[in-house]
Ligand binder design. Structure first.
Ligand code: EPZ
Length: 422
């Protein structure tokens, strides 16, 4: 297992290119299975989760070619002949559960392992299953697998309200409905850019979806979908993460290139309150800091609110703020595994239920810390880059799941990160 050795603090100056979005690419890959011909997806990041999902898709007999140097993925579902997603792969990457909707849509049947647990607690899939049952799909649970099937070629459909709104359930239900449900309405649907992009790809393939970008999606079945050439979005969470990395230091001048600023929702509104200078011009975002930052309390919300995937990074940033702030996660109530590790670096913060209170500014000091999940891990990297002295971040394989060329990108703007055997 790899670890990072990080020397800090290091001023950050220069340009960072943003990669394609992990969370947007995965549904596009699943959607490719629904076509009667091959699809090509551009701007696919070279990440562990993408390679894992490639293997899950290959397990159905589908051909997958990943041109890594061009970040282009070609998926040819015409040879699909197996409708199963096995536990040993699904447990590695929860979003493999999208195979349920894709295989229901493609073949009218599926055998998909229930996803395992997660680093920060239970992440149920009850809404996915209830939604499919409402649609008219027969769902049976047996020995940790979901067995889905339909009697005829199509189902009546119906209306299903997501409570709470769920990105994954919205994606899965759309994938299952476009070729199978006469009419299916999803209420309180997720409006994340990842969902909008999926619906736009499916429409380009020939799907009938109304209400894209709103919280009510109406799907009416079509007889077939064709493969398409389609481009993934830049990663909005990677963008927010590097904006926060720049704001951690009092003398940064960092420009992020190849961004999609409109996908950031209300995040820039909170970022502005820090008192740092940042300007958006086209697909570039430039962050310049001059001294300390203001404390800014946040509460995570579904899109376009503050994203839960930036919650840990923001709490880390607040250790450098000139005063006390709070960070509340209303999406996941226990996504705080990074807190004890930040305390080891000298941060002053405490958690009560789903709210962390942070006192700043604190001069962090380097030491060894342990990664626990993707977003907690990158927060520890940001903290170590601002800490005095040397830090070791253990189990960085979590990072390789979601941040393409992390150490190369950060070292190119002045960080000192070395990957070593643990
Ligand atoms: C997606 O997960 C993202 N993953 C997560 O990013 C992200 O944190 C999350 O959306 C919220 O934005 C991918 O896109 C691959 P949800 P997902 O269903 O779809 C509850 C990362 O770091 N819920 O929107 O699993 C759930 O417990 C990852 O990149 C149910 O109760 O999230 C949570 O409280 C982590 N029943 C809320 O809904 C269900 O059946 C939102 O979860 C499904 C969800």
């Amino acid at each position: 297992m790899d670890k990072f050795i990080i020397e800090g603090p290091t001023p950050l100056k220069g340009q960072i290119p943003i990669s394609g979005s992990k969370n947007a690419a995965l549904p596009l890959m699943a959607a490719s299975l629904l076509g009667n011909s091959p699809s090509t997806i551009h701007l696919v990041p070279r990440l562990k989760d993408i390679y894992t999902f490639n293997d899950v898709i290959r397990g159905t007999g589908t051909e997958v070619d990943f041109n890594e140097s061009e970040n282009t993925l070609r998926i040819d579902p015409t040879t699909l002949n197996h409708t199963e997603a096995p536990y040993d792969l699904v447990r590695k990457m929860r979003a493999s559960f999208y195979m349920l909707g894709a295989l229901i849509g493609r073949a009218g049947e599926a055998k998909v392992s229930l996803p395992g647990g997660c680093a920060w607690g239970p992440r149920p899939v009850d809404l996915h299953l209830k939604g499919f049952e409402t649609m008219g799909i027969d769902i049976e649970l047996e020995q940790g697998y979901v067995h889905a099937s339909i009697d005829n070629n199509s189902v009546e459909g119906g209306e299903f309200t997501l409570e709470p709104s769920s990105v994954g359930a919205t994606i899965n239900l759309v994938l299952g409905a476009v070729l199978r449900a006469k009419k299916f309405v999803i209420k309180n649907a997720a409006k994340e850019p990842d969902v909008v992009l999926l619906c736009n790809m499916l429409k380009k393939m020939g799907a009938d979806i109304e209400g894209i970008g709103t919280d009510t999606l109406t799907i009416q079945k079509v007889d077939k979908l064709e493969g398409v050439e389609f481009s993934n979005d830049p990663d909005r969470i990677e963008t927010g993460t590097y904006m926060i990395a720049a704001a951690m230091h009092p003398d940064s001048d960092v420009t992020l290139t190849g961004c999609k600023p409109e996908d950031l929702g209300r995040f820039p509104t909170y970022f502005k309150k820090l008192g740092v200078h940042f300007e958006i011009s086209g697909s570039d975002i430039r962050i310049q800091t001059n001294g300390g930052i203001n404390p800014v309390s946040i509460k995570t919300k579904i899109y376009p609110g503050f994203p839960t995937d930036l919650q840990a990074q923001w709490a880390t940033l607040m250790t450098q703020a000139k005063g006390t702030s709070t960070v509340t996660d209303t999406i996941y109530f226990d996504r705080f595994s990074y807190v004890p590790e930040l305390k080891r670096l000298g941060a002053k913060l405490s958690v009560e239920k789903n709210k962390v209170t942070i006192q700043g500014p604190t001069q962090l000091t380097g030491t060894s810390v342990m990664s626990t999940d993707l977003r907690a891990s990158v927060s520890l990297v940001l903290a170590a880059m601002a800490a005095e002295g040397q830090s070791e971040i253990l189990r960085v394989y979590h990072l390789d799941r979601g941040y393409e060329q992390l150490e190369k990108k950060l070292n190119s703007v002045g960080a000192s990160i070395t990957r070593a055997d643990q």
